[in-house]
Design a protein around this ligand. Sequence first.
Ligand SMILES: O=C(O)CCC(=O)C(=O)O
Ligand SMILES: [Fe+2]
Length: 358
Amino acid sequence: MTTTLESPGTDTVVDGIEQLRLELQQDEIASILGLLADLRIRYGSAENEDFLLNAALFAHELPRRVRKVVHDFRQREPRSAVLVLSNFPVDEAKIGPTPDHWKDEGGRHRVVEEEMFLVLIGSLLGECIGWTTQQAGRVVHDIAPIKAHQHEQLGSGSEQLLWWHTEDAFHPLRGDYIGMFCLRNPDRVPTTFANLKGLGELSADQRRLLMEPHFTIRPDNSHQQKVLSDIGAQAAQGASYDAIERMNERPDKIAVLFGDPAEPYARLDPYFMDPVEDPPGAQQALDALKAILDRDLRDLVLQPGDVCFIDNFQGVHGRKPFKARYDGTDRWMKRVNVVRDLRKSREIRASSTSRIMN
Ligand SMILES: O=C(O)CCC(=O)C(=O)O
Ligand SMILES: [Fe+2]
């Protein structure tokens, strides 16, 4: 006899974006908050090494419906490529003001539960990782506007459109998923998102060219040393800016599509890609691909309490420009990057248990 475990998630369309969604129910929220309270007492911080080492185990204690929908997202790899868990209660007063820089750790104790929840969900998809070259090697990042970055092409910028991209597209060991927990978004500033369904419109020739290594993607600004200038040399110590510099000066030729030619995965960051000189047709194929994604790009407005995971192989994302307030009430997300197989990056991690890429 076989029994089917029905998916609790709903394939739905919100504001023109197809997604897998699950609204947390009251009894589930109570159970989740109980688990998080316990983990907080035991570990104190989502960056605690023992917490991170055991996060996949603790994630077993999340309600079955939550585990099932995340499991489905991982196993089925829906082409829609977005998962949203909604209804996590965010208490404005408890979380405190939006920090004016990610280096301000003073208020971090107020959002331990939210950070841990994001890591637990990430741990159902794979392993949460950090980069020595990003936010001083933290696993859980802050995305909030920083005044000094106002006009930069950065998650911490605001006035500039953040062009759509694959997260860490330049890096061969980039995450399979990017997760964001929306803590605050009073002006409803949209994340932008496009899935790859439109790629079916490319010709066979274009697809073949895009699956060949003719393209370059340079490291994006978030990994550059200049972003660290305001936190001083100490935090930058040990970070492998040399490797980033090398990838910047001599980027490898890569394919932008890979996997199944009929339903390919993608790796793209047009803002950091150079014109392609040869072979003939490669630039035109890339332009056709970009035009499809530009056309299919939609606004994904995350609300406080939304936990959103994007399949970083099957979708691209960015952010619309906005006017930052810099008064503690700005848009604020927590972010994690997740890889499905930590072993692949062993060469650039200090130990088998370290999850910081160097
Ligand atoms: O702020 C957002 O919604 C997305 C930002 C982003 O793409 C990033 O930080 O990588
Ligand atoms: Fe991003």
